[in-house]
Structures are given as C-alpha cells and as structure tokens.
Ligand binder design. Structure first.
Ligand SMILES: NC(=O)C1=CN([C@@H]2O[C@H](COP(=O)(O)OP(=O)(O)OC[C@H]3O[C@@H](n4cnc5c(N)ncnc54)[C@H](O)[C@@H]3O)[C@@H](O)[C@H]2O)C=CC1
Ligand SMILES: O=C([O-])CC(=O)C(=O)O
Length: 345
C-alpha cells in the first residue's frame, strides 16, 4: 500500500467507494481473490496492521488470529466499508480455519522489547511461538507467502525455514523476514537530513534486522545529496538504533507498533502485487540468499507470482558500507545458527 493510496482512501467518501479499485487499475470484480491471515492480530502491531490490510483492495478475505482478543478486533475492523470479509479466530483450535486457503500469512506474534533489552533477549519466548505457528502454516497453508515480523528476525526466519524443511514444504521463495521498517526509517531520516522530498527518497537497507546487522546503503540513496561522511555515519547509526529509540521513548510500554504496521502493510501489499503479476515489484527483505556467504541476508528482492522472483545483488558500496558489511557478518551468522540449532533441538 502506498502513501498516496492511503491519502486517497482517507480523502474518498463512502459514496465514491466503488471507483477506487478502478482508479488503481483493478476493477473490483477482476481483482483476484486473495486471503491474508495475520497471526498475533490483537497485539500492538496486529491491530493497526489489521486496519491497514482492511483498507487494501487487493485483499478479499482477512483472517485475524491471536490467542485471545481477536473476535473484538475483527468485529470492529469488519464494519469498515471496503472489499474484504473479516473473520476473527481465537485459540489454537481455530488456527486451522484462520490459515486454510491463505495466500499471505503475516506473523507479528510474540513479545516486544523493554528498555535495556536486545532483540536477541526475546529469543527464548518468541522462537517457540514462531516455531509452533510455522508448524501450523506448513500443515494448513503450505503454499502461502510467509511474512515474519516477530523478533529476533535474524533467528526467527531461519527457525521458520527449518520447520518448513522438516515438514517437507520449504520453498525459499515463499519465506520473508520483514525488514521494511528499516527502509521506512532510512528514508525518513535521510530526507530530513538531506532536506529533500521524502516521497522521492529510496534507500536500500541490507544485512539483517538488529543493531549493526542493519546496513543502510545511503551511497545508493535517491534523491542524491552531498552529505558529509559524519552525516552519513550519524544517519547509519540512527537507522540501526531506530527500534531502540522507540523502545526507550515508550519507556516499558513496548516497541514500534504503528510505524511497523505501516511497514508490514507496505510489504504485504508488495507480496500481493507480486502474486497478482504486477511487474517490477521490488522491496528489501531478509531471505535465503547467495548474495554473501551467509545463508540468509536482507537485500532488494523482486517479487512475483511465486514469491521471490530474484534476489538482487548489493550494487556498488562505499568504503564505509564495505566495512559495515564485514562488521555485521559474525553477529548475523551466529543469530542464524542459533535459530537453526533451536529448530532442530
Ligand atoms: N520486524 C520488525 O521490524 C519489527 C518486529 N517487531 C516484533 O513484533 C513482535 C510483536 O510486537 P507487538 O505487536 O508490539 O507485541 P504485542 O505484545 O503488543 O503483541 C503480540 C501479540 O502476539 C500474540 N501472541 C503471543 N503468542 C501467540 C501465539 N502463539 N499465537 C498467536 N498470537 C500470539 C499476543 O497475544 C499479542 O496479542 C515482537 O516480537 C516485536 O519485537 C516489532 C517492531 C518491528
Ligand atoms: O526494536 C524493536 O525491538 C522492534 C523492532 O524490531 C524495530 O522497531 O525495529
């Protein structure tokens, strides 16, 4: 979902609703039927993400699953007069119904950080949650595209891959760690510093999704601006610490939820567009990769009818980015290995 689409949806009145799909090039009766399931839909990310996916005209059925609380969220969101039918599912016995027939499964289930914690400190709780939810995905919707938001993404994505391998359903083209929030932040911070229109800015962010493993490539930023080295270094550090900035500001009440819901909605929309055959849909994501010697790595990915169509290379890096790339590898490698070991224990 683009910012302009959100602005358009905000502007339109219910009486003009019939025309907005046509304006985007999809007549309502020709947009393919697409089911999206959100696991963890009653949470801080899950609720605004449910709202944003309800606004997306590419979705025809929205399944909201959590251990509790989803009937209320679903009843609330279902009153919005957009295309999708919304259903709430609570408790493990309803997980099958939530997942059956899903084209895209988004997973923001799990605990968030408190000040002083690293994302890896969430491993003990979230690893098990992701493992069990991915077991259900393998059973009930093995062909869905899976968008993993739950932290630590650097470990939860490898966990998901091992669960799918064991179930015999693994397709590396269909598994994504959602790193879009890093791109969203890099764009915002860069536009502010370079004093350019944020709508014209793009910045690839590669590596992983924790601290120094987050590597924004400001040398490839559009619109280009002549920032000093110290400014680039400060922007890099702010992007790497963006999550912590929010955790500290929330002072014990969780981590990024609203900006994450926005980022998650952008990424899921890109997945749906790819499935629907829209050409040239490219987003950064943490995927199985041969771009470096690490088995998983975030970089630009072209999305298509089967999920990942192409994992794009890193392009030319500045010396500072080359150093950042080497510096992130040991931590990212050990987080990936930790996930794989957990899944096979
Ligand atoms: N990838 C990224 O860029 C980001 C990731 N995150 C991560 O997203 C996760 C969720 O964050 P919040 O929504 O703020 O947390 P939250 O605590 O507000 O919500 C989590 C939800 O997950 C649900 N849940 C727990 N176990 C479940 C299970 N087995 N099945 C289904 N639902 C389950 C809870 O009931 C709760 O409603 C955290 O791990 C956080 O670190 C947060 C921000 C950015
Ligand atoms: O920082 C956190 O714990 C949540 C997160 O991943 C982010 O905001 O990037």
């Amino acid at each position: 979902m683009t910012t302009s689409m959100l602005a358009y949806l905000a502007r339109r009145t219910p009486s003009t609703g019939a025309s907005y799909l046509t304006r985007r090039g999809f007549a309502s009766d020709s947009a393919p039927v697409r089911k999206v399931a959100i696991l963890g839909a009653a949470g801080g990310i899950g609720q605004p993400l449910s709202l944003l996916m309800k606004l997306n005209p590419l979705v025809s059925r929205l399944a909201l699953y959590d251990i509790s609380g989803t009937p209320g969220v679903a009843a609330d969101v279902s009153h919005i007069n957009t295309r999708s039918e919304v259903l709430g599912f609570a408790g493990e016995e309803q997980l099958e119904k939530a997942l059956k027939g899903a084209d895209v499964v988004i997973i923001p289930a799990g605990v968030p950080r408190k000040p002083g914690m690293t994302r890896d400190d969430l491993f003990n709780i979230n690893a098990g949650i992701v493992k069990s939810l991915c077991g259900a995905v393998a059973k009930y919707c093995p062909h869905a595209l899976v968008n993993v938001i739950s932290n630590p993404v650097n470990s939860t994505v490898p966990i998901a891959s091992e669960v799918f391998k064991k179930a015999g359903t693994y397709d590396e083209k269909r598994l994504f760690g959602v790193t879009t929030l890093d791109v969203v932040r890099a764009k915002t911070f860069y536009a502010g510093k370079a004093k350019v229109n944020v709508a014209d800015v793009n910045v690839p962010v590669v590596g992983g999704h924790a601290g120094v493993t987050i590597l924004p490539l400001f040398s490839q930023a559009t619109s280009s601006a002549n920032l000093a080295n110290e400014e680039i270094e400060a922007l890099t550090k702010r992007t790497q610490d963006g999550g912590t900035e929010v955790v500290e500001a929330k002072a014990g009440k969780g981590s990024a939820t609203l900006s994450m819901a926005y980022a998650g909605a952008i990424f899921a929309d890109a997945c749906l567009k790819g499935l629907n055959g829209v050409p040239d849909v490219v987003e950064c994501s943490f995927v199985q990769s041969t771009v470096t010697d690490l088995p998983f790595f975030a970089s630009k990915v072209r999305l298509g009818k089967n999920g990942v169509e192409e994992v794009l290379g890193l392009g030319a890096l500045s010396d500072y980015e080359k150093q950042g790339l080497e510096a992130l590898k040991p931590e990212l490698k050990s987080s990936i290995e930790k996930g794989i070991k957990f899944a096979n224990a």
